[in-house]
Design a protein around this ligand. Structure first.
Ligand code: GAP
Length: 512
């Protein structure tokens, strides 16, 4: 199965089992907007808790915040979003389709990379065990030629983006002979900048003064509350403010399912530090965030750092934690050392001091900030795609199982009476009652037990509890574990603690 097919299967599975639905589906959907269904909302809430508790509960110097989505429009001038939160867009005159110029080029570069991968594959086949990948990559003439092309194009692209050279970007698209995927023509317009913020009007007057924006990041809500939290919480630097909330971006190239959405959720934390100490904290948070990711058990090989060499004007260090999605390694979280840019800008635009008096140094200063910013929906997609497994289990028998980390699974246990009679449903409901105060537990009596196991596998339920006639005699149930499918008999009195041990958020947090 290709990665493309795998991804399609994951999207279909997400819909079939109530994880993610296209928004407004009965009206043919709304591009790049999605709804989370009955399973999706549970998984999403569990991811939120895992992040929130790891950031807020486990750090005495990090507190939470829930700022409003609507904010004073000057905030977005101060932050630079009004002037510079743009994407370079280009239209094809024949298909009338609009593209992000940098994405057209990135796709072109990805195709060149595929050529290299194919050469490697051919080499592997030709040389078998004697194949030396490193040597092959550094000596094969075809690979070297394509690599040089990739380097030249990447260099020109990043220079053009950095200098905001829109004509340079267009020329690069022409030089690469990139055609519109729809019309196949190279009849391109000029490249123009397009602001990504959604705007709306506040109050009844449709005047420019009343124009406000849907926040494109949650971070600014934290910056403008920095002193409120610091003073009322008597926080001492270094300290952090964490927030989970919706953000909105009018993404033009919205694709790859919930990877790039127009309405999405961020989990951000701004860590306020003494000027000059930011690089230590930047390195601290890089490692701490990677540890959080790998603690989910999806496999350390699925993560990598990507350090930015071209930095935004306000940053003095930045990196992404990338995840191996079915469509390749892509950004999952950003860690940025944002200097004192944001607070200084708000000080300037609001005319209010954004300073902290440091009792240890007897000085007042605008703190520096290290930010960790992770997309909730992207984390959801990372977890879902890593968990999705199509498995052959016996002759002519297969299953789709979501090997979700137990702490994140939407349903922790399912109680299944073997048959719908002889007092088994009554006993099963007793067991359900025993568990339901501690964990999300399903009761299911429909269809054969095999079908019910498959249904629970498909939503990633770690444990199934089967009640049979023997249970009525000895008060023992069958506990089936999702991944190994092993079954064992244990007393009803032992189920609760046995399952709690594996699904507990506290236990999972202890392992970070
Ligand atoms: N405050 C910094 C900030 O917003 P960003 O790199 O633009 O930085 C942070 O966004 C994270 O938000 C990304 O790493 C990604 O996980 C998520 N994100 C950004 N745009 C997104 C979109 N259109 N759809 C889904 N998630 C998105």
């Amino acid at each position: 199965m290709t990665q493309d097919d795998l991804f399609k299967n994951i999207i279909a599975h997400a819909k079939e089992y109530g994880f993610v639905f296209p928004s407004s589906e009965i009206y043919d959907g709304l591009s790049a907007v999605y709804d989370y269904g009955q399973m999706g909302v549970e998984l999403k809430n569990n991811i939120k808790s895992y992040w929130w508790e790891a950031m807020v509960r486990l750090h005495q110097n990090i507190v939470g915040l829930d700022a409003a989505i609507f904010m004073h429009p000057k905030i977005w001038e101060a932050s630079g979003h009004v002037g510079a939160f743009n994407d370079p867009l280009i239209d094809n005159k024949d298909s009338k389709k609009r593209y992000r110029a940098d994405v057209l080029l990135e796709d072109y570069l990805a195709k060149q990379q595929e050529k290299i991968d194919k050469e490697v594959e051919k080499g592997q086949k030709r040389f078998g065990d004697a194949f030396d990948r490193v040597q092959f990559l550094s000596t094969n003439p075809n690979v070297l030629r394509v690599k040089e092309k990739i380097d030249t194009i990447s260099q020109r692209m990043s220079e053009a983006l950095h200098k905001n050279d829109l004509e340079g970007l267009r020329q690069l698209i022409l030089d690469c002979e990139i055609a519109c995927p729809v019309s196949g023509s190279r009849n391109w317009t000029d490249v123009r900048q397009f602001n990504l913020m959604f705007s709306t009007q506040m109050g009844s007057l449709n005047e420019e003064a009343n124009q406000i924006y849907l926040r494109p990041e949650t971070a600014q809500g934290i910056f403008v509350n920095f002193l409120n939290v610091q003073k009322t919480g008597r926080m001492k630097i270094p300290f952090g403010i964490a927030q989970i909330g919706k953000a909105f971006r009018n993404e033009i190239v919205a694709r790859q399912f919930i990877f790039r959405m127009r309405e999405f959720e961020q989990m951000e934390m701004q860590f306020f530090v003494r000027p000059g100490e930011e690089m230590n904290w930047y390195n601290y948070w890089k490692e701490a965030r990677l540890r959080w990711h790998t603690s989910l058990g999806l496999g350390p090989e699925r993560y990598r750092f990507h350090d930015h060499d071209k930095l935004a004007h306000y940053a003095n260090a930045a990196c992404d934690i990338e995840f191996a999605f079915p469509f390749g390694f892509k950004e999952l979280e950003g860690i940025h050392s944002r200097t004192d840019f944001d607070l200084s800008q708000h000080q300037k635009f609001s005319g209010r001091k954004q300073q902290y008096f440091d009792p240890e140094t007897n000085e007042s200063y605008v703190p520096y900030v290290v930010e960790t910013s992770i997309g909730l929906d992207r984390t959801f997609l990372a977890v879902l795609s890593a968990a999705y497994t199509e498995e052959h289990i016996a002759e002519g028998e297969s299953r789709v199982v979501l090997r979700l980390p137990a702490v994140l699974a939407p349903v922790k246990a399912a109680v299944l009476p073997l048959v719908k009679k002889d007092g088994l449903p009554q006993k099963a409901r007793e067991v359900w009652q025993l568990l339901t105060y501690d964990m999300n537990t399903q009761y299911d009596e429909k269809d054969s037990i095999g079908k019910r196991y498959r249904r629970q596998d498909a939503i990633g339920t770690p444990y199934c509890i089967t009640i049979d006639h023997q249970t009525l005699e000895d008060n023992m149930i069958t506990l089936r574990e999702r991944d190994s499918m092993t079954q064992e008999r244990i007393p009803v009195s032992a189920i609760r603690s046995r399952i709690l041990e594996h699904i507990s958020l506290g236990e999972a947090l202890r392992k970070i």
